[in-house]
Ligand binder design. Structure first.
Ligand SMILES: *[C@@H]1O[C@H](CO)[C@@H](O)[C@H](O)[C@H]1NC(C)=O
Ligand SMILES: *[C@@H]1O[C@H](CO)[C@@H](O)[C@H](O)[C@H]1NC(C)=O
Ligand SMILES: *[C@@H]1O[C@H](CO)[C@@H](O)[C@H](O)[C@H]1NC(C)=O
Ligand SMILES: *[C@@H]1O[C@H](CO)[C@@H](O)[C@H](O)[C@H]1NC(C)=O
Length: 230
């Protein structure tokens, strides 16, 4: 498998502070997207974040035409997602949706990864042929051995996407919670209809990278869908 040249992209448009997710060693560590907590400093914020500074396979990247090659060994990607309970969580710097058990799975190179959560970034983290899009969805899957596979979709502003519009009311509720000063606000979404998420995609970009937030762990299998959605 070819590994593309990795370029750690910098972000200047976000000023929000992010709080590292629950983990015994790093819980509560604050990171951000500029200044003294920005991406260039992540590696120094906590001993468990050093990969952010010294890693060799860091995401996100700009997927550049001259670095892409067609791999005939890759099959179309198959995902199976089911109706399941979901919870929206405000992580301050992003909004994530966590799924209960049995949310679905994706098979990548004969390995079965289970869907754990999805979250959105705005603007997009990955660039496609030098272009940064309005938003990016990350569907995070994990295999039994602990390794991650993320399937990403890039968004343009346009006609509302049916999957997102189901959540509109809940997002408003989440915002209200946040405005009340609740920094760990959660809203139960209940059973969510994932039928609108495309299951079969032929055009995608695959590379091995990392988590895009601390601890920036590597060996993450990335699949960037080729079709930009709205
Ligand atoms: C889904 O969530 C609701 C409300 O929290 C709960 O009553 C129900 O048992 C959950 N269902 C499953 C399958 O977890
Ligand atoms: C992937 O794993 C899940 C959970 O272990 C299982 O329910 C599902 O059938 C598996 N999918 C395939 C295609 O093997
Ligand atoms: C904040 O939200 C959480 C999860 O929804 C809830 O359990 C908690 O009671 C809320 N706290 C306040 C101060 O409203
Ligand atoms: C990287 O991921 C592949 C595929 O999941 C796995 O076989 C391999 O052992 C992993 N390597 C490391 C160093 O974790």
């Amino acid at each position: 498998m070819k590994i593309m040249m990795m370029i750690k992209l910098c972000f200047f448009s976000m000023s929000l502070i992010c709080i590292a997710p629950a983990d015994a060693q790093t819980e509560g560590v604050v990171f951000g997207y500029k200044g003294k907590n920005g991406p260039n400093q992540w590696g120094h914020l906590n001993p468990h974040f050093t990969t952010c500074a010294v890693g060799k396979l860091q995401s996100p990247i700009d997927i550049q035409r001259r670095q892409i090659f067609y791999n005939h060994k890759l099959n179309s990607i198959h995902r199976e997602y089911y109706f399941t309970n979901a919870t929206l969580v405000n992580h301050v710097c992003n909004v994530a949706m966590f799924f209960g058990e049995g949310a679905g799975d994706v098979i990548i190179e004969n390995k079965n990864y289970t869907l754990l959560q999805m979250h959105w970034h705005t603007p997009s983290e990955h660039h496609l042929h030098g272009v940064q899009y309005a938003a990016e969805l990350h569907m995070v899957h994990q295999a039994k051995d602990g390794s991650f596979a993320v399937v990403a979709s890039l968004f343009k502003i346009g006609t509302e996407e049916p999957f997102l519009s189901q959540m509109k009311e809940k997002l408003v509720k989440l915002k209200e919670e946040r405005l009340k000063g609740n920094h760990t606000a959660q809203v139960e979404v209940g059973r969510i209809d994932t039928r609108h998420i495309e299951r079969k995609t032929r055009k995608y970009y695959r590379y091995i990278g990392s988590l895009t937030t601390p601890p920036c762990s590597e060996n993450v299998s990335w699949t960037i869908l080729g079709k930009v959605i709205f």
